[in-house]
Design a protein around this ligand. Sequence first.
Ligand code: DGT
Ligand code: CA
Ligand code: CA
Ligand code: ZN
Length: 570
Amino acid sequence: MINKKIANILYEIGDLLELQGVAFKPRAYTRAARKIESMKEDLLDYYEEGNLQDIEGIGRAIEDKIIEIIETGDLEYLHKLYEEIPKGLIDVMRVPDIGPKKAKKLYDELGVEDLEGLRDKAEKGEIAKLKGFGERTEEKILKGIEMLEAVSGRHLMHEMIPLAEEIIQYVREHADKIETCGSLRRWQETIGDIDILATGDGQAIMDSLVDFPNVEEVLARGETKTSVRLIGGIQADVRVVDGKSFGAALQYFTGSKEHNVRLRQYAIDKGYKLNEYGLFHKDSEERIAGETEEVIYETLGMAWIPPELREDHGEIDAALEGKLPELLTMKDIKGDLQMHSNWSDGRNTIEEMVREAENMGYGYIAITDHSQGLTIANGLTAKELEERMEEIEHVREKTDVKILNGIEVDIKKDGSLDMDIDVLEDLDIVLGAVHSNFAMDANEQTSRIKDAFSTGIIDIFAHPTGRKIGEREPYAVNLNEIIGAAVDHNVAMEINASPVRLDLDTLNSRQAMEAGAKISIGTDAHDIQHLGFMKYGVGVARRAWLESEDVINTYSFERLKKFLEGRKNG
Ligand code: DGT
Ligand code: CA
Ligand code: CA
Ligand code: ZN
């Protein structure tokens, strides 16, 4: 659906107008965006019928913009707004806790024009003195700047993977072999640029790349490498190499740099030379391998290393010793244990979620709507849970997918749960999660969560650090202790597969696995399309060296039931 894209553009316009200090208009855009975001019908249908203005909050001006986006894929007005506002000020607006209103205030009263200026004023303590800001905000701003700098110029997986696939489709007919490499092939959580490697008719591949509809600018055009900038500022590098070197180039351009440095050194120690053209004898320069990655690794005396592991985190030693993990794959995933239906803040009915789960070939899913305390997410009371149960019973009659009757219960500030234990005991599965009071100090936050585990009712600890990539830092918490408590209480730690969360992240997931904790990969879907996020969670799990045994939603339904019940009795 195009709704999401259009809503995002309207939100953006609202923010930019707000930043300019324009009266009233910002709210009209934000309101229309919110309406569109919550609509179940496709805006395209309205467009085709010519009745966009029938939608509440959409008048002539907004209608024109929606039509332009639908027809051209872009909006001139948005570019114009961006040109009117200093770029630095837009960065300031993106700092968590600031937003357009406060950015405007900082600009008007302190002359803050960019992140540098913001950092400077914060370090001098001038922001704390402003009305409506305070010391706490000032501290958070400094942290926020750091976080933004870490993701600046980087992009989320779910935006890049489909785009890379589109490019490949577009140029494929001229290529013999074509693959993504770089961070995308390693499933890194954020992506700097898209790297694609091919063999075939180089001239034709480059010609069609330059022709790709999303190309905004050709940055460099050569015979073996062409770089383009796509709409949204995303860069793509396409390289064409000789078939004899394809494997070597794939290895080289997949990286990571750290892995390559280590591998190249190992090759030298063994009397070889390794580069993007092939593996050679150091002295005779005779080519021994290059066409495939497999033969290169094999010649070096080690097993082929899956790209997700190539970070110089011990994978080369493991490959030499034949001790690489047997990474789980999407095929191992038998179900999804976190999703929301329209009973809380999800967009789809339980039946629609189940149908999509059938399409994915799953054996089971858990419906885990929010609990009552989370009013902004329309959380459920005990009574509503009972009503929902009836609907679940109905749907169960129509499908072979097992439906776990579940909840994502809010862990309150004092570590108690936002639902009576005897209500929770009647459910098939209970996820616990922190959704508020992120600013507690680490010790308090840790005890809060451990107290919740001690109730013995939590099966899965959802999005364990609360981070949102580029939006919100993880809360301060002693994760080591939490993992220990999870092992003690047999609570599975979640890898939340939503591409902005990916929480636990790679390193934390590996830490949890090594400590003996079980993992659940859940998409946190609020829409049937989000069930497709599973692959990003599996990407994190693979990067964390997880095998299917470590992940409870690879289990058969019977075995999963045992895991859930075992914990409840123990
Ligand atoms: P990104 O794009 O920042 O998310 O990360 P990568 O890993 O895709 O990095 P990128 O696009 O700069 O380069 C792709 C791969 O090419 C990289 O993972 C390793 C290899 N590579 C590129 N430049 C160098 C270099 O100067 N030295 C070495 N050893 N490898 C390089
Ligand atoms: Ca890259
Ligand atoms: Ca690159
Ligand atoms: Zn949640």
